[in-house]
Ligand binder design. Sequence first.
Ligand code: NAG
Length: 209
Amino acid sequence: MVIPLFFVFTFLVASSQASVQDFCVADLKLPYGPAGYSCKKPSSVTENDFVFSGLGVPGNTSNIISAAVTPAFDAQFPGLNGLGLSLARLDLATGGVIPMHTHPGASEALIVIQGIICAGFIASDNTVYFKTLNKGDAMVFPQGLLHFQINSGKGSALAFVSFSSPNPGLQILDFALFKNDFPTELVSKTTFLDPAVVKKLKGVLGGTN
Ligand SMILES: *[C@@H]1O[C@H](CO)[C@@H](O)[C@H](O)[C@H]1NC(C)=O
């Protein structure tokens, strides 16, 4: 009799420890940790924490890339915290480009809503995959790989993307290389680009030295 009771007791303890929370709405006032934001008190969570209304508004594409990314990540959309996903809107004016970039923390899925977008990525063995996408076409970009989107049509283009993390991270390759304070000779030496080209790109993108 003692042994079966021991198992029942162990089972009850184990199942009580297996309880999970339904959600962890971000408390944006608390520091960000490796697992995301800390949770808001459930009593202060409202339906508005699970709704983000900003994706209906076109981003401002009057900039050097003629494009805009409107993120709905955990910092903008607290209800996403802990759920392993997020969203963004991509607006590309004629000739617009989302320059070569990576998301260290997430894979991405893109769907074209309007216009024509040429998109692609570079695998870690440097094989390239790119394709012209029309309205309704979707493409995925594996986590951490360099990728881009170009408006290759005549009018503006619109796409929505989703990420496999509430905080995908973003590093734009040209900003990393040229919007920095490294000495020009160092960037030139490590990229094999002429110092004059490095200086020019630092000037355009806001780097120094
Ligand atoms: C878009 O951005 C440009 C450059 O920053 C600015 O001059 C312009 O007022 C903005 N347009 C809107 C509609 O916000």
